[in-house]
Write a protein that binds this ligand. Structure first.
Ligand SMILES: Cc1ncc(COP(=O)(O)O)c(C=O)c1O
Length: 425
């Protein structure tokens, strides 16, 4: 065991990892582009964009320069009573890329807090309108919106949040729209919304990431929005995972002809270099907070709200994402992922393959589809031995490359997955 790992095990508590037992841990020396370099000399291709955040490659020098320049100018300031160019410009640039109806950007630190802010805004929206009883939230079975209390409440009530179930506020869950139950999903939505007590509907547009990259149809989502419109229910698009071209469009919401009232963004916002998130609000929502009544204020904030370093990196990242080089890269990745799906559909050992934009997900025909399916350990080790980081969601292998991954590297990972399927099934 390396010295760093021994020291880690004495002092550090890792996420989603039991404190006792034998769990793989790699000590890293550095990272560059799509590669992670371990202290014992291994080179590992990051096939999951390091928890879905890294779009422009590790230790990206252009982003590092933006960070450094900003650090030497203004590194942090309280964001109540102060503002700065990076925050204002980032808000302006983001609003240009968001639905025309959006007018305000609220900053926080990560995906979970972006969701907390979104939920709180919709509840207070109705309270400001003198309708405090309109406070029920609708979510979708299997959802993952983060690990803070509000985010847990609107997420799947499974093992991850089990210790806290008694303390989570009640939420109505629609069945997951698996393509066979649209009628049931829509009927339940109509029943719930017609009660007049629903504040908002929160959803991961088109792809439930943590649930196993489960994808559902834009048509169904569109029908759910029709019901929201009919009963004046606010909508919160959790684009924390799906934003910034992950699904083939800047937002997954752009697959549907409807503008959500609130949009949550994080992960790729800073290309993975710094923790930051935003919750954006439509004019309709913002208007209800434009009031001189003190109680109508949105009393929420974090120490690092709109940190100038994060804003400067996010601005540079937005610029790079829209460069012809990255747009060409994205087209190449979309094409290869779709071709992999076509080539391997119906293959033995595969229950289902799904692909949307840069996302490729292969559900293996191997026991129950759950995060805790033991095959995940076999899969993780198999690919690590070949120098590829793929961290399956149970029996779902997914490949989610940083956008700077080359065609050769994409083919290399695809071949490794095909070899795995040949060997194991
Ligand atoms: C859709 C979605 N929402 C929210 C979150 C929570 O984000 P964070 O881990 O940054 O708190 C995640 C994280 O995976 C996510 O996938």
């Amino acid at each position: 065991m390396s010295d760093l790992i021994a020291r880690d095990q004495k002092a550090v508590w890792h996420p989603f990892t039991p404190l006792k037992g034998d769990y793989p841990l790699q000590a890293l020396e550095s990272a560059e582009g799509v590669y992670l370099y371990t202290t014992d000399g291994k080179k590992v291709l990051d096939g999951i964009s390091s928890w879905w955040v890294n779009t422009l490659g590790h230790s990206n020098p252009v982003l590092a320069k933006a960070l450094n320049d900003q650090a030497l100018k203004l590194e942090h300031v309280i964001f109540a009573g102060f503002t700065h160019e990076p925050a204002v410009r980032l808000s302006e640039e983001l609003l240009k890329k968001l639905p025309e109806s959006h007018s305000k950007v609220f900053f926080s630190d990560d995906g979970s807090t972006a969701v907390e802010v979104g939920i709180k805004m919709t509840i207070q929206y109705w309270r400001n309108l003198q309708k405090p009883d309109r406070n029920q939230i609708i979510a979708i079975d299997g959802a993952y919106h983060g690990d803070t209390f509000g985010a847990m409440a609107v997420g799947e009530r499974g093992l991850f949040s089990e210790a806290f179930h008694q303390l989570l506020f009640p939420v109505e869950f629609l069945p997951y729209p698996d393509g066979t139950n649209d009628g049931e999903v829509l009927e339940m939505m109509e029943d719930l919304c017609s009660s007049g007590n629903v504040a908002s509907f929160i959803y991961e547009p088109l792809v439930q990431g943590a649930a196993g990259m489960r994808m559902y149809s834009p048509e169904l989502l569109s029908q759910l929005f029709d019901i929201c419109k009919k009963y004046d229910v606010l909508t919160i698009a959790d684009e924390v995972f799906t934003g910034f071209y992950r699904t083939g469009k800047f937002l997954a919401s752009y697959y549907v002809d409807y503008s959500p009232d609130i949009i949550c963004l994080s992960k790729a916002l800073t290309a993975g270099m710094l923790p930051m998130s935003v919750t954006t609000a439509s004019r309709r929502v913002a208007k209800v907070f434009e009031s001189e009544v003190l109680e109508h204020t949105f009393f929420h904030g974090h120490s690092f709200t709109a940190n100038p370093l994060g804003c400067a990196v996010a601005l540079k990242s937005l610029e790079l994402l829209d460069s012809p080089e990255i747009q060409d890269q994205l087209d190449m990745i979309y094409r290869h992922q779709a071709e992999f799906k076509e080539r391997n559909e119906g293959r033995s050992g595969v229950k289902q393959i799904q692909s949307l934009g840069t996302i490729l997900a292969i559900e293996l025909d191997s026991g129950k589809t759950t995060y805790f399916n033991n095959i995940r350990v076999t899969i993780y080790n198999y690919f690590m031995d070949r120098g590829i980081l793929l961290r399956p969601l149970g029996n779902v292998i997914y490949f989610l490359p940083p956008y700077v991954t080359t065609e050769e590297e994409i083919n290399f990972v695809h071949r490794a997955i095909e070899e795995f399927l040949d060997e194991k099934f």
